[in-house]
Design a protein around this ligand. Structure first.
Ligand code: SF4
Length: 374
């Protein structure tokens, strides 16, 4: 089984907090899809006949491009590979692009799951994030998507400038009332080189401190669990059977192919694990589709181990203790490290597997780093 990711690098404007690779022009959409066809034909030739279980259109804003491009590209893939009978074809969409009959057209193009970039159901947070849609649109588009698609995911951001717990509670409540099958809850992260970063540095805006961020996140964990959602990854919650297939495959280190500028791939060939990424440049991608590679590296045993620890701890299937002990170089210090985190209530061991606790999820990377490097 194979999963595919496509990076569609177009947005109307760049949001203040975003550091993804994208362009804010539309004049190259048609050339981008021509290049995408060339890249997929060339790279999928060695995977001919493989069964594809999931395709994920991410970005950027995939809902900005005319649906016919998506449908034509999916037809090309179907002519080279076999689609699993229950294939998940997911598309990230912004609410303002989903008016009129856009959802019907996406469904006709083959999309089975919408991942809605709602971010908030409150006007003050949408304003603070500089998003183009209104709170009413967040609500109406989610309700309408739930009527039309098998699976709908809603992205929410917490920890926006000046946000306090009551506002977050109201926001989350609005999301839960709609009962989407999947929720992604992201803490606003202040990434270098973004407008948000500049605004924070010069004091124009203040983001919640670590303690407040922690209480916002813990509220989400508690509330969504009460509401019947499974917390299956640090930021992701779903009703049974509605996890994101592409994302879960990448966290479980199953192989996937990424197409488009800046897209990453991970494949296992003859026992060797290979990670690669395309260049983060639309111009270079269009000029040289299929060979616009930024890097390609075979993972060493140490890199494999590091990835396995970091990624396994982030998901609810946990980290195999036997594997950790066998591959780890810390000796006695490993047991001490595990004991220290257990005492703090950050990890728990059940039947040979280590799991992060609700509190531990706040420190996932720190815990993984200490389990590897001491
Ligand atoms: S819409 Fe999404 S991808 Fe585009 S700039 Fe905003 S956050 Fe980034």
């Amino acid at each position: 089984m194979l999963t595919l990711y496509v990076h569609i690098p177009f947005c109307k404007t760049r949001c203040s907090y975003c550091d993804f690779y994208l362009v804010t022009r539309r004049d190259h959409i048609s050339e981008f899809f021509k290049a995408l066809s060339i890249e997929t034909a060339s790279r999928l030739s060695e995977w001919k006949g493989q069964t594809i279980s999931a395709i994920h259109f991410g970005g950027g804003t995939p809902s900005m491009v005319p649906e016919r491009y998506l449908a034509e590209w999916l037809d090309e893939i179907a002519s080279m590979c076999t689609f699993a009978p229950d294939i998940e074809i997911a598309l990230e969409a912004n609410p303002e692009d989903l008016g009129g009959n856009a959802m019907d057209e996406l469904r006709a193009a083959g999309i089975t799951r919408l991942s809605l970039g709602v971010q908030s159901f409150t006007p003050e947070k949408l304003r603070a994030l500089g998003r183009d849609h209104s709170a009413l649109e967040s609500q109406q588009v989610t309700a309408s998507a739930l009527q039309k698609f098998k699976s709908v995911s809603v992205d929410l951001i917490c920890g926006v400038p000046d946000e306090q717990l009551p506002l977050w509670k109201a926001d989350l409540q609005a999301a839960v009332e709609l009962q989407p099958q999947h929720l992604s809850v992201y803490m606003l992260s202040v990434e270098p080189k973004t407008r948000l970063h500049r605004n924070v540095v010069c004091g124009a805006v203040t983001v919640p401190d670590d303690a407040l961020q922690a209480s916002l996140y813990e509220h989400a964990l508690g509330e969504l669990t009460i509401q019947g959602y499974t917390h299956y990854e640090v930021s992701n919650f779903c009703l049974p059977g509605h996890h994101s297939r592409y994302n879960l495959a990448s966290w479980k280190r199953e192989h996937y192919l990424g197409f488009g500028p800046s897209a990453h791939s991970f494949v296992v060939a003859e026992g060797q694990e290979i990670r690669s990424a395309n260049v983060s440049s639309l111009t270079r991608y269009i000029a040289n589709p299929g060979s616009a590679v930024a890097f390609r590296e075979e993972l060493s045993a140490e890199e494999r181990f590091t990835e396995e620890v970091f990624l396994s701890l982030r998901i609810n299937s946990g980290l195999d203790v036997e594997f950790l002990r066998k591959e780890n170089k810390l000796g006695l210090r490993l047991s001490q490290t595990i004991a220290r985190f257990e005492e703090r209530g950050w990890i728990e061991e059940h039947e040979g597997t280590l799991y992060l606790t609700q509190k531990g999820f706040l420190f996932a990377d720190l815990i993984a780093g200490d389990l590897i490097f001491g």
